[in-house]
Design a protein around this ligand. Sequence first.
Ligand code: NCD
Length: 322
Amino acid sequence: MIEQLNPDGTLQHLVTLEGLQRPLIEQLLERAQTFVRPLDAPSSRSTALAGVTVANLFGEASTRTRGSFELAARRMGAEVINLELHLSSRSKGETILDTVYTLQSMQIDVLIMRETEPGVPGFVAGHVSSHVSVLSAGEAHLSHPTQGLLDALTIRQHKGNFGPLTVAIVGDVAHSRVARSAWRALTLLGTGEVRLMAPPAFMPEPEEFPGCKRFNSLDDAIAGADVIMMLRIQKERMAETSVPAAADYFAEYGLTPQRLKLARPDAIVMHPGPMNRGIEIDSAVADGPQSVILQQVSNGVAVRMAVLEAVTERVRRLRQGA
Ligand code: NCD
């Protein structure tokens, strides 16, 4: 695994939450919280990233993650370029490292990558020059660290301490990088009980998610839960024949207002988006009073501001000659 910390203990890369320590996660969440503003207030701004150049390199579709990384960088004064990999020279056969070195030659400081291939963000982080940071914006089914942080921030805003909480992660867990990073964040923060609910075909291998309680029934999984985290079926990561029929899936595993009554009355409902309404979640729940789905989106900007500030701290200090 790639070393994500600089010798001075500051964060250089964020490819995975694996191996990070709780105080660092808590520090990032606390910093992110300072960037959160009410929707009708002016957005949080700073000049912390003045002189820093950020490249968004996305090899998969994205609305929330890409938009929020770009806004986070711009609101802190960075220069930003966005490259769609299918429109870049990668589509002409250029290797990922040639693309990365090309960007590095344009004085890129932070490379934000969304990749279908497992291992690519870590591989790139191992090859960039020492002043460049690599941030994963989603790596195959494996990891989505800033999503894990924004999910943790959202839970913290509603519930405070993680210790007494029961969190149910529901849906296509096997193919979900969101589930893996959320589980890591929740575990690092000392969450009392993390439950997985997946149809048998979408249950991860037994050695994954150690310590989680596993359920095949949605009713059982959400009974008494404080937090319900719904997941989309990752059609793009499975054979077409494995995709369940929407109506059948909804009947058995869709979160409806009736089912939600089984959770604690103050339970919150989360979803990383994009939602498939009427498949994993009923619109009445998605738009209902217990939904925090759009708050997760707002927190995404704040978390990405905190992460960008953290990974550029060392290079900014060096450039200022401090
Ligand atoms: C997710 C992703 O791309 O991993 N979305 C996101 O980043 N907010 C989840 C998904 O695509 O289902």
